[in-house]
Design a protein around this ligand. Structure first.
Ligand SMILES: Cc1cc2nc3c(=O)[nH]c(=O)nc-3n(C[C@H](O)[C@H](O)[C@H](O)COP(=O)(O)OP(=O)(O)OC[C@H]3O[C@@H](n4cnc5c(N)ncnc54)[C@H](O)[C@@H]3O)c2cc1C
Ligand SMILES: *[C@@H]1O[C@H](CO)[C@@H](O)[C@H](O)[C@H]1NC(C)=O
Ligand SMILES: *[C@@H]1O[C@H](CO)[C@@H](O)[C@H](O)[C@H]1NC(C)=O
Ligand SMILES: *[C@@H]1O[C@H](CO)[C@@H](O)[C@H](O)[C@H]1NC(C)=O
Ligand SMILES: *[C@@H]1O[C@H](CO)[C@@H](O)[C@H](O)[C@H]1NC(C)=O
Ligand SMILES: *[C@@H]1O[C@H](CO)[C@@H](O)[C@H](O)[C@H]1NC(C)=O
Length: 628
């Protein structure tokens, strides 16, 4: 009698375990078998391999009847969104008032882009095919924006999207907050899968798994930083959360690494991930955990977003909120409003040197140094402003004051007027002035600086000098995040995080912060973009030169980084490439500078692709295809 019962249980697919109700709504084998366009891989013959993903120009692109059938199968959640700036253009959608609102908010309102089915903040990657303009007679085209979008709110929607795109040879893009700096969440001629509707959170104060007991949080594939800030504040716990309210958490953030102010104490978001549910390229709903699909679990944690599957939810570790204190230090070459004195440029950089010498002590104390050096080119004299927010765990305010005292003394000895920082017991989460919140046209690059770059007078001078040239001559903004997510801090995880992170003490980003586009001036041309990009690459070289063997953070880096495989993935690249091939032999998922991305290129893009500048408006094609 026991035998049949055991058999029944063993037949239950593991996919019955889920975090949220929307994950129980799945595409069944029978339903998928009923329409070849939506069947799972392996349920029938695979369509023959093509050189390029189809575009609406191809006869093989689904007909409007087929799209309508797909929509019906989806229960009506298929969208055909026009670019966000469409109301600015002559035609049936022209709306002068709406256009004016778009123009004023374009560069400052992140939610505008985050809440749209296709729009993103790094607008340049679309090829500027449709931007808010005051000339309604100029042209707006779909460019790099997806043609159709599945507005997913359950696993079935995601599965149908993946299956339809794979069976019909259509490019897929996944979008959540739309913050990727290189346009990884858009793509011309594609079917978008918009995951923002997979939003849910659960706090587990006493989570138990074979390898972990303690606080944990389950969150959805569409959950954003602000959702988790709210949850953690309400329940008085701490977890890794990205530093911008609408940043998607399970996409690039967790999959690319994910740093937070707790990284020197607790490693990266990837290190704290206990369980992942996802839809893979074959359309199946899978569990990735230390027990199931271990290779996928390894790749998801650090191997880069948008490339191995569509995450529908995760479970991550959380901790008690430590006592902590934070304070801000700023100085500038501009006259100090209190004293009317100003410091020279050399004194400014001497001050930066003292601060840089303090980064190792900050990270050794488990803290975070979160700073900006900004250059304002509008004034006649060089005009530089530095601000940092230093956060320290396990410190009272008086312990904090004592800790930063040596730094303040050295700055005062340089006659830099620094009042004692206003210190406060910090709230449970930082809401820093966020990079990217208003830079829809910025180009960004970054480098991980290693401890030897900052632990002795000679190397510190070298580091400061490289940053000085970058800011002063280049005119760029510097954004430093001093933290050290060592293996120890991360709990000795075995995952795909770039190993250079483990020995780094500073994640340094550089971007052209003065190219804020206000939505009114003429848009930059692609030729200008290429020139700007080439220039940024040249200036970044000095950072690379003094950090041999290190790398760059894929989520906050330049997709056209030289030696990008090594820079973003290091020695993990080969293993990741095998996992990518095993789970996605069809190339359903593709993101610029993702693992295996060099097998494909965007052809006919306005940026010119590999020889020029990477934009996503074009056809996605296999490189060196010889037919099959
Ligand atoms: C304002 C701001 C603040 C930031 N702060 C931090 C920070 O504190 N720490 C840090 O480490 N990084 C930070 N970043 C970088 C951030 O981690 C990445 O930009 C991240 O990829 C953004 O995710 P998103 O969902 O908002 O963007 P999207 O552009 O929508 O998605 C990013 C990538 O993830 C993929 N993706 C999205 N959702 C899923 C999913 N459910 N399953 C599979 N793939 C998916 C997309 O295809 C794309 O490749 C910040 C970025 C910005 C703009
Ligand atoms: C899909 O169906 C819904 C409901 O009928 C409809 O509102 C929507 O416009 C359709 N989408 C497309 C792309 O036609
Ligand atoms: C920003 O955009 C969102 C979404 O469109 C909108 O709800 C909000 O009112 C806008 N905020 C401002 C300050 O304009
Ligand atoms: C746009 O074109 C129309 C028709 O040719 C013309 O009347 C109008 O002045 C043009 N508008 C602008 C802003 O150039
Ligand atoms: C929050 O948690 C911390 C650490 O456990 C504790 O010291 C503190 O009293 C808690 N605060 C509240 C408001 O419960
Ligand atoms: C700074 O200069 C301004 C203008 O000369 C003057 O009004 C102000 O009193 C000065 N402030 C101090 C603190 O000296």
């Amino acid at each position: 009698m026991l035998f049949p019962i055991v058999l029944i249980f063993s037949l239950l697919p593991s996919s019955l375990a889920v975090n949220f109700d929307y994950e129980s709504i799945q595409l069944t084998e029978d339903e998928a078998a009923g329409w070849p366009d939506v069947r799972f891989a392996g349920q029938g013959p695979s369509p023959p391999e093509q050189e390029c993903k189809y575009t609406p120009e191809d006869e093989t692109w689904p007909t409007s009847e087929e799209w309508a059938k797909f929509n019906e199968t989806l229960g009506g959640v298929l969208l055909k969104p026009l670019p966000l700036a469409t109301p600015c253009y002559a035609g049936p959608n022209y709306d002068e008032a709406r256009c004016r609102a778009l123009r004023t908010q374009w560069a400052s309102n992140t939610s505008l882009h985050a809440n749209d089915p296709t729009s993103i903040t790094s607008q340049w990657s679309s090829g500027y095919s449709c931007v808010p303009t005051s000339d309604p007679n100029s042209t707006c085209t779909q460019g790099g924006w997806p043609v159709y979008v599945v507005k997913a709110s359950n696993v079935r929607h995601v599965q149908l999207g993946v299956n339809f795109a794979r069976n019909r040879n259509i490019r897929v893009v996944i979008k959540n907050g739309g913050h990727d700096f290189n346009g990884k969440s858009i793509g011309g001629n594609s079917l978008g899968i918009w995951v923002s509707g997979l939003k849910a959170t659960t706090y587990h104060p006493n989570y138990i798994s074979p390898k972990y007991r303690g606080k944990a949080v389950a969150y959805g594939g569409g959950t954003q930083a602000q959702d988790l800030s709210l949850l953690s504040a309400r329940n008085n716990f701490t977890m890794h959360i990205a530093g911008g309210p609408t940043v998607g958490m399970a996409g690039g953030y967790l999959q690319g690494g994910g740093h937070s102010r707790n990284s020197a104490q607790h490693g990266l978001a990837a290190d704290n991930t206990l369980l992942i549910y996802a839809v893979t390229a074959d359309g199946r709903f899978v569990t990735a955990s230390p027990k199931e699909n271990q290779d996928l679990f390894w790749a998801f944690r650090g191997g880069g977003g948008g490339n191995y599957g569509i995450i529908t939810s995760v479970i991550v570790k959380a901790w008690s909120t430590p006592r902590s204190a934070t304070g801000t230090i700023t100085f500038s070459t501009l006259p100090d409003p209190g004293s009317n004195t100003s410091i020279s440029t050399d004194t400014f950089w001497a001050g930066i040197r003292e601060y840089f010498a303090f980064l190792v002590p900050i990270t050794d104390a488990g803290g975070l140094g979160y700073d900006f050096i900004r250059h304002t080119p509008t004034s006649s004299s060089p005009d530089l402003t530095f601000s940092t927010s230093i956060w320290l765990p396990e410190k009272t305010t008086s312990e904090y004051q004592a800790f930063v005292r040596p730094l303040l003394d050295r700055l005062n000895a340089l006659a830099i007027p620094i009042p004692a920082p206003t210190t406060k017991r910090s709230p449970s989460h930082l809401t820093p002035r966020v990079l990217g919140e208003n830079i829809p046209s910025a180009l960004i690059a970054s480098r991980l600086f290693q401890r030897p770059n900052l632990d002795n007078p000679i190397s510190i001078s070298e580091t400061v000098s490289a940053v000085r040239t970058f800011v002063e001559d280049g005119g760029y903004t510097y954004h430093g995040i001093a933290t050290s997510p060592t293996l120890e801090a991360g709990g000795h995880p075995d995952n795909a995080v770039l190993p250079a992170w483990r020995t780094a003490v500073l994640h340094a980003q550089g971007y052209d912060g003065n190219r804020h586009w206000n939505g009114a001036s003429p848009q930059l041309s692609m030729a200008d973009e290429k020139r700007s990009h080439d220039r940024l690459m040249r200036y970044m070289q000095a950072w690379r030169d003094i950090t041999p063997g290190s790398g760059s953070y894929t989520n906050e880096g330049d997709a056209q980084e030289p030696d990008w495989k090594d820079s973003f993935y290091g020695p993990n690249y080969g293993r990741l490439e095998k996992i990518k091939k095993r789970w996605d032999p069809w190339g359903v998922f593709w993101v610029i500078s993702g693992v295996g991305s060099d097998g494909w290129e965007v052809r006919g893009s306005s940026g010119g692709g590999r020889e020029g500048f990477f934009t996503q408006d074009g056809a996605l094609c296999r490189v060196g295809w010889r037919g099959k």
